[in-house]
Design a protein around this ligand. Structure first.
Ligand code: DX5
Ligand code: ZN
Length: 225
């Protein structure tokens, strides 16, 4: 099932897409956790894939995406924090990923990866570590559907939002608008009710601990919306 919905600004009249990150869900009860946020109005499921090489943490792979595929209608938004993603992209496409985002620092062949993702029928995204210059992403704006701005160092949930990345979001927005592109801007890391205001105007917000760690997930989603 591929995501073929309209672009969010058309769909939600200025609203923002919410993508809860299952990194903060209960991995032993993943289907129930995903269904709970779907019922409460979440838009995408954010799947954080870590290989203990590109980042110092290890999470899940394509088999989990394959299992989730039949459990939710939400698009599966896979964030690959892995070295040489070209080796894994085919598995994620086959598993039913709707979107795949790769790190610009993780491969020598960013363009080849983006092409592979799009030719596989999924939405292609590119992202960068907080310390990486936005100039490394600019050459790919015409080849992607989404740019993810990391507002924490990738690797772990529950970290503090990095204020110094807000400028990057603004620069990216002005460049996307200047080129007349429909590229979505997504932010990921440390977004909660206290930091939400700093990312006004983005198209998609990833939130892990702020959603799955909240006593009332519905309230948390509404507050982020
Ligand atoms: C970090 C991941 C994030 C993480 C966000 O490497 O990419 O998606 O789960 O978690 P919070 O929202 O808790 O910062
Ligand atoms: Zn992520």
């Amino acid at each position: 099932m591929k995501y073929q919905g309209p672009w969010p600004r058309q769909a939600k009249l200025g609203g923002v897409l919410l993508a809860p990150s299952i990194l903060s869900a209960d991995f032993a009860n993943l289907a129930a956790d995903v269904k709970s946020v779907e019922a409460l109005g979440a838009d995408w499921v954010h799947v954080d894939v870590m290989d203990n090489h590109f980042v110092p943490n290890l999470t899940i792979g394509a088999p989990v995406v394959k299992s989730l595929r039949s459990k939710t209608k939400m698009p599966l938004d896979c964030h690959l924090m892995v070295e040489n993603p070209e080796k894994l992209i085919p598995d994620f496409l086959n598993a039913g990923a709707d979107g795949i985002t790769i790190h610009v620092e993780s491969t020598k062949d960013v363009l080849g990866c983006l092409k592979m993702i799009r030719e596989g029928g999924a939405r292609a995204g590119v992202t960068l570590r907080p310390g990486t210059s936005l100039s490394l992403v600019m050459p790919f704006l015409e080849m992607v559907d989404l740019v993810l701005v990391m507002t924490v160092e990738p690797g772990f949930g529950g970290q503090s939002f990095m204020m110094d990345q807000v400028e990057k979001i603004k620069l990216l927005r002005s460049e996307i608008d200047k080129r007349g592109l429909k590229v979505l801007i997504q932010v990921d890391g440390g977004v909660n009710t206290a930091t939400r205001g700093f990312v006004d105007g983005v198209d998609c917000i990833v939130a892990g601990s702020a959603v799955f760690g909240a006593p009332d997930r519905g309230l948390a989603l509404n507050a982020l919306r």
